[in-house]
Design a protein around this ligand. Structure first.
Ligand SMILES: [Zn+2]
Ligand SMILES: [Zn+2]
Ligand SMILES: [Zn+2]
Length: 160
């Protein structure tokens, strides 16, 4: 019927973060993609990565930096000096893992990637989680498709 304009969601977070929304206009919920075309550019050795406390390699910003998943450089976010973004623009390295919340961002897709679903990202996500929290991540329980073999098909012997 009538759409009630009840905007009762009070977010306390958005004070700090509304620097520059690159394109804007998107609704708040960002869904992580489960595939991207740029996974081939991942570093071949993501089993050894810098620690989450590694400073930005350019401005030495000390925390909450991004790890380039293509060359394992550590660079600061666009809320600091945008060095990861510059790195992408210069080198074309589009895949980065946030040491702030361990999310994976693809600059080319302009989207978050689901590191728990994308198999190529799971190892580095796991290692980053281990480095940051000292334990492996609690992976979501994948829903297994139940193979229903219908035994009780059509054997209805109801003869009178
Ligand atoms: Zn991509
Ligand atoms: Zn920096
Ligand atoms: Zn890189």
């Amino acid at each position: 019927m009538a759409n009630e304009a009840s905007s009762s969601s009070s977010l306390a977070l958005e004070l700090e973060e509304e620097h520059e929304l690159m394109l804007g206009g998107e609704s708040g919920w960002v869904e992580a993609r489960t595939w991207c075309d740029h996974l081939a550019s991942l570093s071949s050795d993501l089993s050894h990565i810098p620690t989450p406390h590694t400073p930005c390699s350019r401005c030495h910003h000390p925390f909450e930096n991004w790890l380039c998943l293509c060359c394992k450089d550590v660079l600061c976010s666009r809320f600091v000096n945008k060095h990861m973004l510059e790195h992408y623009q210069e080198k074309g390295h589009c895949l980065a893992l946030s040491y702030s919340d361990l999310s994976v961002w693809c600059f080319s897709c302009d989207a978050y990637l689901d590191a728990q679903v994308i198999l190529q990202l799971r190892p580095v996500y796991e290692i980053a989680h281990l480095l940051k929290f000292g334990e492996a991540p609690p992976f979501r329980t994948m829903q297994l498709l139940q193979v229903c073999d219908n035994n009780e098909a059509g054997s209805s012997a109801s003869t009178s």
